[in-house]
Design a binder for this molecule. Structure first.
Ligand SMILES: Cc1cc2nc3c(=O)[nH]c(=O)nc-3n(C[C@H](O)[C@H](O)[C@H](O)COP(=O)(O)OP(=O)(O)OC[C@H]3O[C@@H](n4cnc5c(N)ncnc54)[C@H](O)[C@@H]3O)c2cc1C
Ligand SMILES: *[C@@H]1O[C@H](CO)[C@@H](O)[C@H](O)[C@H]1NC(C)=O
Ligand SMILES: *[C@@H]1O[C@H](CO)[C@@H](O)[C@H](O)[C@H]1NC(C)=O
Length: 591
């Protein structure tokens, strides 16, 4: 979950002024001439490797028929195709078609409810429907999507494609794809069938396990049918404790609370436990989640806050940075993280409310265009917050050991992790094993971090070595899998080998799209078909394009050298060599 925290000055300004409007996020697909000569980007205006993605054409179908025509037109000419969504919130360049001659199909206008069967709890929607609208349409019929990501600016097609989730170990768990019971997907077809067909995948169809989490490489999902539940209420309480038993708690918290999660503030050595479960619908309370980090903010405040962040990063010292890092958690705590008991005021815990008002938020996408006076905190049209977001899941059985190692790393230099505290720490959530081929192989614990990113490529980040070690620790020592819609390039290197059913997935892909028109360089690299997601070149490890194996992958001229990790000796991280250290080498290396 990105940008969970903002500097409080912005928040306060936001609370005072931010009610009037909010410019919705920019359109990710921009064409120079009509519907041709296009670029596609994500909601942050920048992919992790800063690639600019081009396509020859873009189309915005309004019906399944138009969608079939668009796929057929590209398939007939064997042109590359890719789906873009209303806001395109994935970090990696999943939305880029291969080459420059491809076509973008935007699902922006495919956003209707197709049917609702309230008695059976079934709802069918078009794939471009935004999660916010889906949740509300379901609620209107007395139904609830039991689990979802916490941010509702995503589309159902996009969030399924990357395996997005909330937090739960109960029942089928927190991944939205567990609640999919049908899909209609448009794939290329032979000329005899008009170059494109709609495949209807019912509940028992074996291909559904490929299509549910598809990274967008099987075809264009046209419609999704979800198994919903009768509307329910839940009760949320945040409890903060020291982190001495965090490793033990991570093993049990997911069993205790249906929607439980944890937020670790490493520098403060605190864990914010989310006690969150169902209560009887007759329980009083009309709570609302309007998470502080997902609200609209005045542009001026965002620019000031980012400038302050850049100054601290570049010229500050650890003491100043760590002092500043105390403020977000304090502000969020004081304001109930943006939850209110009745839609207006936060008066204390527990917060009781209907599922559709609690499960997700994102009011910064809701406003009327206000000429960019205010916007989401990461709006790329202004110099606002710019960050990386990494998410990785480890098997539940390994989570306590990973947490213990992360705490050991923290203990070596707690101040090095103030940058995480400043972004509201490490969000820890639960996801269950899935039958989806690219879903979680085992019951898992997902760790999610957000951290500073410079607007200038290659600029060293303060204490980047510790964050890099933490990521390698999870991905390599504990065999974590990266979230398909987050992370920097290096995290995907070798990831596909961790999926036992990847071979099954590739067989379906071969059947659905034998010419690979939905494949791109990136999807081929990530799926292990061709090439590596790493970009091995000078300085590559400074931006997470690679793991360093040579000094030149760091920035020796700026004092950064490739070194082993401090807790995980097999890690290779770019470390700042002390200026006085001339030819000193770190002898922990050889341990
Ligand atoms: C603020 C924020 C908070 C977040 N919180 C969470 C969270 O709580 N939990 C979580 O798991 N994730 C979270 N995410 C990550 C998010 O779930 C993923 O990045 C998600 O995939 C984005 O959905 P999107 O609709 O923007 O899709 P995009 O990023 O536009 O698309 C993702 C992929 O799906 C493909 N695709 C989209 N629609 C279709 C279709 N109809 N048919 C075929 N392919 C398609 C695209 O081509 C692309 O390959 C968060 C992201 C942000 C920015
Ligand atoms: C696609 O783009 C090309 C060149 O950019 C243009 O010649 C062509 O007419 C476009 N096709 C459609 C269907 O818009
Ligand atoms: C679909 O998108 C349009 C354009 O943004 C919007 O006005 C409409 O409310 C959306 N429809 C639904 C059902 O959410």
């Amino acid at each position: 979950m990105a940008a969970r925290a903002l500097l409080p000055a912005v928040l306060l300004l936001g609370l005072l002024l931010g009610r009037a409007g909010s410019s919705p996020p920019p359109e990710p697909v921009v064409c120079a001439r009509g519907m041709s000569d296009c670029t596609v980007t994500n909601a942050y205006g920048s992919f992790p490797d800063r690639t600019i993605c081009r396509a020859a054409n873009a189309t915005f179908p309004r019906t399944e028929g138009e969608l079939v025509d668009a796929v057929a037109a590209a398939a007939a000419m064997k042109r590359k195709l890719k789906v873009a969504t209303r806001h395109s919130h994935s970090f990696p360049k999943l939305a880029c078609p291969g080459g420059r001659e491809g076509t973008i199909i935007s699902t922006e206008r495919l956003n209707r409810t197709v049917s609702v069967d309230a008695a059976k709890g079934l709802m069918t929607v078009e794939s471009g429907m935004v999660l916010r609208d889906l949740i509300h349409a379901a609620a209107h019929a007395g139904l609830a999507l039991p689990h979802s990501p916490y941010w509702y600016g995503l589309t159902i097609g996009g969030l399924l494609a990357t395996g997005a989730h909330g937090s739960s170990l109960w029942g089928k768990g927190s991944a939205v794809h567990e609640y999919v019971v049908g899909m209609r997907i448009v794939t290329p077809a032979p000329a005899s069938q008009g170059f494109a067909v709609v495949r209807e995948l019912g509940h028992k169809h074996p291909d559904l396990d490929a299509a549910k989490v598809s990274l967008g490489v099987l075809g264009v999902v046209s419609q999704v049918t979800l198994q919903l539940q009768p509307m329910f209420k839940r009760s949320v309480t945040f409890v903060e404790r020291d982190d001495s038993d965090f490793a033990a708690q991570v093993a049990v918290w997911g069993d205790r609370h249906e929607f439980g999660d944890m937020t670790w503030l490493p520098r403060q050595a605190k864990v914010i436990y989310r006690e969150d479960g169902r209560v009887d619908v007759s329980s009083p309370g009309n709570g609302l989640n309007n998470y502080l980090g997902f609200r609209s903010n005045p542009t001026l405040g965002l620019i000031i806050a980012r400038a302050a962040e850049e100054r601290l990063e570049e010229d500050g010292d650890d003491i100043a940075r760590c002092l500043a890092a105390l403020v977000p958690a304090a502000t969020f705590r004081l304001q109930g993280y943006g939850f209110t008991n009745d839609g207006s005021f936060f008066t204390g815990y527990p917060l009781v409310g209907y599922q559709h008002r609690i499960q997700a938020s994102g009011t910064c996408i809701n406003g009327k265009e206000d000429g960019l006076l205010s916007s989401c905190p990461w709006d790329p049209r202004i110099r606002s917050f710019f960050f990386y977001n990494s998410g990785f899941s480890v098997a539940l059985s390994k989570a306590p050991a990973l947490v213990a190692d992360m705490q050991r790393l923290r203990d070596l230099n707690p101040r090095a992790l103030c940058g995480l505290d400043a972004k509201m720490g490490v969000l820890v959530r639960y996801v269950r094993a899935s039958s989806a081929y690219l879903g979680k192989v085992e019951d898992s614990v997902d760790f999610d971090i957000t951290y500073y990113r410079s607007y200038t490529e290659g600029t060293p980040r303060v204490h980047s070595d510790v964050i890099d070690e933490l990521e390698q620790l999870a991905l390599r020592k504990y065999n974590a899998v990266p979230h398909w819609g987050k992370n920097r390039n290096f995290a995907f290197d070798g990831a596909i080998a961790k999926y036992a059913k990847a071979g099954e997935f590739l067989k379906v892909k071969e059947r659905y799209d034998p010419d690979g028109i939905f494949s791109s360089e990136w999807s081929d690299q990530v799926l292990g078909i061709k090439g590596s997601p790493n970009i091995v070149q000078k300085g590559c490890a400074m931006e997470g394009h690679c793991i360093c194996s040579d000094e030149s992958h760091c920035a020796p001229d700026q004092g950064y050298f490739c070194r082993p990790g401090k807790v995980y000796a097999e890690a290779r991280i770019c470390s700042l060599q002390p200026a006085s250290g001339n030819t000193h080498t770190d002898h922990q290396d050889e341990l």
